[in-house]
Design a binder for this molecule. Structure first.
Ligand SMILES: *[C@@H]1O[C@H](CO)[C@@H](O)[C@H](O)[C@H]1NC(C)=O
Ligand SMILES: *[C@@H]1O[C@H](CO)[C@@H](O)[C@H](O)[C@H]1NC(C)=O
Ligand SMILES: *[C@@H]1O[C@H](CO)[C@@H](O)[C@H](O)[C@H]1NC(C)=O
Ligand SMILES: *[C@@H]1O[C@H](CO)[C@@H](O)[C@H](O)[C@H]1NC(C)=O
Ligand SMILES: *[C@@H]1O[C@H](CO)[C@@H](O)[C@H](O)[C@H]1NC(C)=O
Ligand SMILES: *[C@@H]1O[C@H](CO)[C@@H](O)[C@H](O)[C@H]1NC(C)=O
Ligand SMILES: *[C@@H]1O[C@H](CO)[C@@H](O)[C@H](O)[C@H]1NC(C)=O
Ligand SMILES: *[C@@H]1O[C@H](CO)[C@@H](O)[C@H](O)[C@H]1NC(C)=O
Ligand SMILES: *[C@@H]1O[C@H](CO)[C@@H](O)[C@H](O)[C@H]1NC(C)=O
Length: 555
């Protein structure tokens, strides 16, 4: 469309003089006169004495009439209501984005049946007259402050292919007449205040490729009619109050790459039919009330790169077929009721960067195969019932930034001091570690040496284990320490010698150990330290004045 217009434009400028009609220029100047920002430097070219078609900023004419107006980001502060739509009858393209226009969209917009419109920073209402724009193919009014209903008349804009009304303050229901827009390829209504049901009529939009209704107050079920939208590439119905189960017809959307239904109140089983979505790359059903098992059919979706099924009520074990998803980067199954062993097959997910299985009822050991996941940066297996020791292969995960294994029943398979010491020492190869939290397990043995080799460890929590012995002197090198817990173990040693000066340290809990000696005034040199717990040790002497006011000191 555009190239053709431009082509003709060149052609005509060769043979015709292109004066915009005086009426059009006058109308635009009249609008300009209403601006609150009269000193606008970009629009100084807009004067009666110059040729609007040749000299005016942002104006493009076709055959001597104003055809396009593009004054994006021109610093205009004014009302949209005064825009002279009725005088610019040849206008086909208006781009007013990144200005500050307020007021309502004038009803006279309905005169411009060929208009493509793109505005932002406007407020007010969309007039029903917009329905007259029956030739408009794209209507962009996103990121504004529209605070109206979406009028039924919008269903008369029969040529619409792209309708973007996202990020406004539109309320009321989604009109059923949107189902008449059979040319529609993209429908974005996300981030509004829309309520009521998702109309079944949307199932008529056979050309639809992108549907985003997310972040609204939609209620009721997902209509099974959406399964007829066989050209859909993306469907996002997240962040509303949708109920009922996921229709099995969603499994018919074989072109679908993105399926986002998270943050609703969906219940029932995850349909096996989702295993037919062979193009799917992103699947997020998290934060719902889904029950039943994870269908093993998901293992057929070999292009999946992200799965998030967290925060529901899923039961059963992780299907071993998940191990077939070799493109998977993110696997979030946390906060469900999943049980059984963590399958060894997860060790095949070579692309994985984030693995969060926490807050479930997993039993058995941590599979040593997880050590194959060399691109992992985050692993969270906390809050389950895992047993056994940390596999030494975890030491191969050199990109790891975050390791959470807390609140399990982890220990050495051989409850010897050596066994655990060896295992914990493997963690010292993890040079990128920022967070290491293995609290509330049954780890025994000594604190490993050289834990802070990478120098990035910030949050380090080993509290409530059975660790013993002195704190290694190398721990004074942990210069990134921010939040640290050693409490409720059996650590020993002279407290005034064991630690260094940590410039970033905010909180440290050493309570309930067997430390002796005096409190070093060094703690006062940890300038960010606000919470210091040392109760239930064998500390003697005075509290140095430098640290006397710290929170928690008296506990
Ligand atoms: C333009 O005018 C507005 C008030 O009308 C004033 O606040 C602003 O500083 C002026 N800008 C320039 C560049 O003169
Ligand atoms: C309008 O102008 C802006 C900034 O100059 C530009 O990015 C945009 O592509 C223009 N739109 C059209 C359709 O020419
Ligand atoms: C333009 O629209 C207004 C309001 O919708 C209408 O009253 C008027 O007759 C229209 N003018 C033309 C020239 O179509
Ligand atoms: C959106 O509308 C609500 C009432 O429906 C109003 O309270 C709120 O201020 C509006 N927000 C914006 C950004 O216009
Ligand atoms: C999987 O992704 C690849 C690369 O993006 C693509 O070529 C292929 O068609 C996809 N497979 C399916 C079944 O969509
Ligand atoms: C691991 O990450 C690197 C760098 O991001 C990337 O080049 C490589 O392909 C990834 N390996 C796998 C198996 O995905
Ligand atoms: C201390 O750790 C033991 C296990 O080693 C645990 O049973 C107990 O609840 C913990 N106490 C506190 C106060 O956390
Ligand atoms: C410090 O450790 C003691 C002993 O484990 C525990 O009871 C207390 O809740 C901890 N306090 C903080 C703030 O972590
Ligand atoms: C602890 O170490 C300090 C400094 O080295 C020393 O002065 C003190 O006597 C030691 N206390 C005990 C009880 O060993």
């Amino acid at each position: 469309m555009f190239p053709r217009i431009l082509y003709f434009l060149q052609f005509f400028t060769l043979f015709t003089v292109t004066f915009a009609s005086i009426e059009e220029a006058t109308a635009l100047l009249k609008w300009k006169a209403t601006f609150l920002s009269q000193n606008n430097s970009l629009l100084t070219s807009w004067t009666l004495s110059s040729d609007a078609c040749k000299d005016w900023y942002g104006v493009i004419c076709f055959n001597g009439r104003v055809n396009k107006l593009n004054i994006t980001n021109a610093g205009v502060v004014g009302t949209f209501h005064d825009f002279p739509f009725s005088s610019l009858s040849f206008l086909e393209y208006v781009d007013l984005r990144m200005n500050q226009l307020f007021g309502i969209i004038p009803p006279t917009i309905g005169n411009l049946t060929n208009l493509d419109l793109s505005i932002n920073h406007i407020s007010g209402k969309i007039p029903p007259q917009i329905g007259s724009l029956s030739k408009v193919e794209t209507l962009f009014i996103f990121d504004n402050h529209l605070n109206d209903l979406i009028h039924l008349e919008i269903g008369k804009m029969k040529s619409l292919e792209v309708l973007l009304l996202d990020r406004n303050n539109l309320s009321g229901p989604i009109p059923t007449t949107l189902g008449d827009l059979t040319e529609l390829k993209t429908l974005y209504l996300y981030s509004n205040q829309l309520s009521g049901l998702i109309p079944r009529e949307l199932g008529n939009l056979k050309s639809l490729a992108y549907l985003d209704l997310s972040t609204n107050h939609l209620t009721g079920p997902i209509p099974s009619d959406l399964g007829s939208l066989i050209n859909l590439i993306e469907i996002d119905l997240s962040k509303s109050q949708l109920t009922g189960s996921i229709p099995i017809t969603i499994g018919d959307l074989t072109e679908l790459k993105i399926l986002y239904l998270f943050s609703n109140q969906l219940s029932g089983f995850i349909p096996r039919e989702l295993g037919n979505l062979k193009s799917l790359a992103y699947l997020d059903l998290s934060i719902n009330q889904l029950t039943g098992p994870i269908p093993s059919e998901l293992g057929k979706l070999i292009n999946l790169t992200e799965i998030d099924l967290s925060k529901s009520q899923l039961i059963g074990s992780i299907p071993i077929t998940i191990g077939d998803l070799t493109e998977l980067k993110i696997l979030y199954l946390f906060s469900n009721q999943l049980s059984g062993f963590i399958p060894r097959e997860l060790g095949n997910l070579k692309s994985l960067t984030d693995l969060d299985l926490s807050t479930n009822h997993f039993t058995g050991p941590i599979p040593s195969e997880l050590g194959n996941l060399i691109n992992l940066t985050e692993i969270d297996l906390s809050k389950s019932q895992l047993i056994g020791s940390i596999p030494i292969t975890i030491g191969d995960l050199t990109k790891l930034k975050l390791l959470y294994f807390f609140s399990n029943q982890l220990s050495g398979p051989i409850p010897s001091e050596l066994g655990n010491l060896k295992n914990l020492n493997e963690l010292t190869y993890l040079d990128n570690l920022e967070e290491l939290i293995i609290s509330e397990n049954q780890f025994s043995g000594h604190m490993p040496e050289h834990l802070c080799q990478g120098g990035k460890l910030e949050n380090f929590m080993v509290n409530s284990n059975k660790l013993s012995g002195p704190i290694p002197r190398s721990m004074s090198k942990c210069s990134s320490f921010k939040r640290v817990r050693f409490d409720n173990n059996s650590f020993t040693g002279n407290l005034s010698e064991a630690f260094g000066i940590y410039p970033e340290l905010q909180f440290i809990n050493l309570s309930k150990n067997d430390f002796h000696g005096e409190l070093s005034s060094n703690w006062g040199k940890c300038k960010k330290l606000t919470d210091f717990r040392v109760a239930r040790n064998r500390i003697s002497g005075h509290i140095p004045p430098e640290i006397g006011s710290l929170k928690g000191l008296q506990d």
